[in-house]
Ligand binder design. Structure first.
Ligand code: G4P
Length: 526
């Protein structure tokens, strides 16, 4: 059947890394292999550069770039590969977390010299919550870096992964000679800025083969033999099922900028990466092979042009076939909707599409109907799970700075929160509004956009706050006690869920001790 064939073709994944590890470069090389772009340099980085954080026009420009590169689809070996772009900048971490709810697997890029960095840890944690299968790509082998085994230790220790090296480097930096592909038992010799083709690999299935000494020199060949022996002893054999369950993580080494080691990974990826997976809803699990269409919105992008307030909602198709100009059901709003111009993104091009299959990401023009997490179906009432909010790190009161523009401010704040730019909390005791963000940059973005897109002005008032924790109570009496004793610290989030605002780690601990029947959660889904 057509649906099953289409599902089998799809691989939808995201690349995650700490900024500067090489995510953009790797994405570009993958697109080159897929023929989605012809020349290097065609993929613009969507990262908000550090030096540009106070330059609003730059932010605006980059928002535009990031919508074009939000999803990139290409074909490779009969598979349709959808890469979902994830901002690497820490201030946009929430956006990345949500995007990761729409992937079926991930590739984690690590800089050989820097090893596992903070943002990699945070993002991998989010993937691990959902048991997302992950492949690790250790990048920049053309430079001096950490020892391969030390890096595997970091991958296991800091990321909590079970490493399974599928390629192994021969030297690094000046001495970098290539990689041995353990998945296919082939040797690939390093050439900088290579155009990898099939015939460049050398099949060496028996490591005692003297050709190895001839090709890389006796010392390097012996070192490789010893290291591979050690890998065999210490690390598990590759097991596709374990990888797909998120319990085993293949590791590749290479140099993205030199297009080296990338093909090994891509070839392995298309063979082992899972296709569209079942997705949980509050009501039941949805299988991609079900006849009826279902999907959910995981990202909303504002239009670049302030004169056109419409937005693009990114919907992940979870089951059935999504079709243009067909009546679908918007579950939260309980209404029917039709989409005349659904789009798919092919590298930097946008195409209007007639149908889309599970695993695909469709861009829907939206005039304010969608919120992140919304479900769209053929009529069934289901709510997709797994799109949590996490505790922000920075908090400020937001005040109206222009009394005549109260309505505009209200509308602007509401829409920006629906886009997921930041989180809004309303205090229980005095109804004051608090904006919570991951980084300071969002406060500037919100202020700028309120003024330019909604004609509203706001001021911020700093508030020292450590964390927002969603609370649940074991019994009603405990909840009432918390409300009466701690109303100053309580607020409602955008969905009306109760949140405890803790000034410090110490006050949070005190609250936990004093209210043993209350559970404090750092994410909205528990
Ligand atoms: P990101 O998206 O993860 O933030 O990283 P990006 O690809 O932009 O790469 C960050 C920097 O690392 C870039 O240099 C890029 O050229 C370099 N890079 C990527 N892969 C490799 C590699 O395999 N080897 C080496 N030596 N460098 C690599 P930049 O100077 O910051 O930017 P650019 O001026 O080159 O664009």
């Amino acid at each position: 059947m057509n649906l099953i064939k289409e599902i089998d073709k799809r691989k939808t994944f995201g690349i995650i890394s700490h900024p500067d590890a090489g995510k953009t470069t790797l994405t570009e090389k993958l697109l080159l292999f897929g023929g989605a772009i012809q020349i290097a340099g065609a993929v613009k980085s969507n990262k908000i550069k550090k030096h540009a954080t106070s330059d609003f026009m730059e932010i605006e420009k980059q928002r535009g770039i990031s919508v074009a590169t939000s999803v990139m689809a290409f074909e490779y070996r009969d598979k349709q590969i959808n890469i979902l772009d994830t901002p690497g900048h820490k201030d946009f971490a929430e956006d990345t977390y949500r995007t990761l709810t729409a992937v079926d697997s991930a590739i984690v890029v690590i800089d050989v010299a820097k090893g596992v960095e903070e943002q990699t840890e945070n993002l991998v944690k989010v993937c691990r919550r959902r048991n997302t299968p992950m492949i690790v790509f250790i990048n920049k082998l053309d430079r001096e870096g950490k020892d391969g085994f030390d890096l595997l230790d970091e991958v296991e220790g800091k990321l909590g992964m079970k490493a399974c090296p599928l390629s192994w480097p021969i030297g690094m930096g000046q001495r970098f000679q290539g990689v041995y592909n353990l998945y296919e038992n082939k040797l690939r010799l390093f050439s900088s800025h290579g155009k990898q083709t099939e015939d460049e690999t050398i099949e060496i299935s028996n490591l005692d083969d003297t050709r190895l000494d001839e090709l890389v020199g006796e010392a390097a060949a012996n070192e490789l033999r010893e290291e591979l022996e050690m890998i065999k002893e210490v690390y598990p054999d590759f097991d596709k099922i374990a990888y797909q369950k998120g319990e085993l993580n293949p590791v590749f080494f290479g140099s993205a900028i030199n297009n080296f080691g990338v093909k090994e990974m891509l070839d392995c990826f298309v063979e082992i990466a899972p296709g569209p997976l079942a997705r949980d809803t509050e009501e039941r699990s949805v299988l991609p092979t079900e006849d009826k269409f279902t999907g959910f919105v995981f990202k909303i992008h504002a239009n670049m042009d302030p004169n056109h307030r419409d937005r693009i909602a990114f919907l992940r198709v979870c089951s059935g076939v999504f079709q243009r100009n067909t009546n679908y059901y918007h579950v939260r709003q309980e209404k029917k909707m039709k989409f005349a111009n659904p789009t798919m993104f092919m590298a930097s091009r946008k195409n209007i599409i007639d149908d889309a299959y599970p695993g695909d990401i469709v861009g829907l023009y939206d005039s304010g109907n969608f919120k992140i997490g919304d479900s769209v179906t053929e009529g069934e009432v289901i709510h997709f799970k797994g799109i949590p909010s996490f505790s922000p790190e920075q908090f400020r009161f937001i005040n109206n700075a222009d009394p005549l523009k109260y309505k505009q401010l209200d509308k602007g704040v509401k829409q920006l929160m629906e886009e997921g730019v930041a989180q809004l909390f309303t205090k229980l005791d005095n109804n004051r509004k608090i904006i919570g963000t991951v980084g300071a940059l969002q406060f500037d973005v919100i202020k700028y956009r309120l003024e330019h897109e909604y004609g509203a002005k706001c001021d911020y008032e700093s508030m020292p706050m450590h964390k927002a924790c969603w609370v649940s109570a074991k019994n009603e009496a405990a909840l009432q006690e918390l409300k009466s004793r701690r109303s100053r610290n309580l607020a409602l989030d955008k969905d009306g869920k109760l949140v405890y605002l803790a000034e410090s780690a110490w006050t949070l601990k005190m609250a936990q001790d004093n209210h043993p029947d209350i559970e404090f959660h750092t994410s909205s889904e528990f």
